[in-house]
Design a protein around this ligand. Structure first.
Ligand SMILES: [Zn+2]
Length: 333
């Protein structure tokens, strides 16, 4: 009983960051609003708040269904994001600069960070990247599983393709603008090209360890070490296929945490749920309200409260404090 109170105390006094969800993609289809608690899907603001989540990355996923005009699809999702933010300003605030995160947290609201998943949204133009920044986008997952103008995704790995010249220019421009570079979904060659090209920390917003679960979307040991060397963070994901081949569970998810801690240290571990982007989740993680179970599991495994705070969100906050500009004046770019 005492322990339960302690777990809860540590969870709700820690910064909790989820580096990836696809909620913006499913919101309209499921006929729900970000500000209203729903039984459908995994994430809405009331559920984030009851799960103790302080900062949520919201991805504008530009999937293969929108191949004809990915830029238009991205703009449509950005509009949805800000419409939803306006409709529930009492529950969340959008993040443009690092102080916005601190302010939202101090007000008991969810800090909401807009990202794009799938570089095809840039339509092959750096001008579009800069306009995305001006519209509030602060992170880009360079590819999804296929090939785009920036690089090859994991499903194209067989061809050995990495970053294109344009992709390399995008990474450099993201470094300059203050945007988070995300390598989840990219091909192995692309991964190493990004590690070489990026001047700042590189994250994998939603990927696990290949050594524990052999899936092409998971990262090899040397990839995890290299990413940690950039000061980056791996957001460990709740998708069963990435957690364990036979028995995916919170326990086997915690194995990934312990494995990365042993391999590259606690400083590179975070959470990237992939909520609302996956048709199933590990059983204990039915939705965002279950995040306190992560804290309980980590403490039971012997991580110190300080390490738990880093894993829950401190590490991602460190990356954001390094990457994001300290001002919110887009006109300065
Ligand atoms: Zn994804």
């Amino acid at each position: 009983m005492e322990n339960t109170a302690l777990y809860s105390d540590i969870h709700f006094s820690s910064p909790v960051v989820d580096a990836h969800c696809d909620t913006l993609t499913v919101l309209r289809k499921q006929n729900r609003r970000l500000g209203q608690k729903s039984g459908a899907g995994h994430v809405d603001l009331p559920r984030l708040l009851s799960g103790g989540v302080n900062l949520q990355f919201f991805a504008a996923f530009v999937g293969p269904d929108y191949r004809d005009d990915p830029l238009a699809r991205a703009l449509e999702i950005f509009d949805l994001f800000f419409e939803e933010m306006n409709a529930c300003a009492d529950l969340a605030e959008p993040v443009f600069a690092y102080p916005d995160i601190e302010r939202a947290i101090s007000r008991g609201k969810v800090a909401a960070l807009l990202t794009v998943e799938g570089g095809e949204a840039l339509a092959g133009r750096l001008e579009v990247l800069r306009m995305f920044y001006r519209l509030g986008v602060r992170g880009l997952t360079l590819t999804w599983n296929g090939r785009n103008e920036l690089a090859d995704g994991v499903s194209e790995s067989g061809t050995g393709g990495g970053l294109t010249g344009f992709g390399a220019a995008v990474v450099r421009e993201m470094n300059r603008l203050g945007m988070v570079v995300d390598v989840s979904h990219i091909s192995p060659r692309g991964f190493w090209d990004v590690i070489r090209e990026s001047a700042g920390p590189v994250i994998a917003s939603h990927s696990n360890c290949r050594a524990l679960c052999d899936h092409p979307r998971n990262l090899e040991d040397d990839q995890i070490r290299a990413l940690a060397d950039t000061g980056g963070v791996v957001g460990l994901c709740f998708y069963p296929d990435f957690v364990h081949r036979e028995a995916p569970s919170l326990d086997s998810w915690l194995d990934h945490v312990e494995y990365v801690a042993g391999l590259a240290g606690v400083r590179c571990i975070g959470i990237g749920s992939d909520f609302d982007g996956i048709e199933s989740v590990i059983p204990e993680m039915a939705d965002a309200t279950r995040l306190p179970l992560v804290t309980e599991g980590l403490l039971k495994r012997g991580f110190s409260p300080e390490e738990v705070r880093m894993i829950l969100g401190g590490n991602f906050l460190r990356v954001l404090s390094q990457v994001l500009r300290d001002d919110k004046k887009a006109s300065t770019i």
